[in-house]
Design a protein around this ligand. Sequence first.
Ligand code: ATP
Length: 253
Amino acid sequence: MHRIPKNHPRYISLRIRQRMVLGLARGLAAPEGLLAHGRGEAFDYLLGEMTQPEAKRAIRAAAAALLLAERPVISVNGNAASLVPEDLVALARAIPKAVIEVNLFHRTEGRIKKIARELETFSRGKVRILGPGANARLPGLGSQRAKTFRDGMLFADVVLVPLEDGDRAEALKRAKKKVIAIDLNPMSRTARSSDITIVDNIVRAMPLLASEAKKLQNASPSRLKKIITGFDNASNLKRALRRMQGKLPGSRF
Ligand code: ATP
């Protein structure tokens, strides 16, 4: 793979792209995933490619919600598996009741198997990973995309959907789940329909979320509840959007 000089002004962004390209070559990501990543990059540019205070607040609320959940599920798609497989497993290990479920927009059993295997190389049996063999359907989605697990998303109470498409996020909301999203676009349907939206690059947000969950692991339920009730997603999203608008030339923000 082409070597990027460390002093290149876009070094980090280009290295992340390489991870996506490698994920595609290894059969983890779909070609469409590269385009979705490009949409994310544009918003990251407006964020200054940094985790902003709004994301930090959402990360704290997300960690509290996952720790309080009875049946938390971490949904993983091809882009997430290409970019942050180790951090996804670290997060699941920090949430004692969490399971990981592989869920793809462009679903093939072959890719599901590859992603589950990739996650397993980091988990080594320590985290429950639901990959192939779906045994349930999530109402309100097309036939392939509805596939899920009874002990996964179907009966989950809290679902983390990093890089999800709006259809699934909305279907999960209709099924009365608490939805946590990681999405660089504060205007997407996913961002707007979720209960907690972390507007940040998954590459930065996921390690922070895992370490926040570790920090809060022994917090009392009442402390966790207080963190969640003190968080307002709609106003947090507004602030994130205003921050991006402020980056535009001639902006009044
Ligand atoms: P929606 O269906 O929710 O309205 P969309 O159609 O724009 O949104 P997709 O194209 O399905 O969404 O998925 C891409 C989404 O993922 C975009 O909103 C993009 O901002 C976000 N995204 C892409 N890469 C990343 C990343 N590395 N970190 C965080 N978010 C990302």
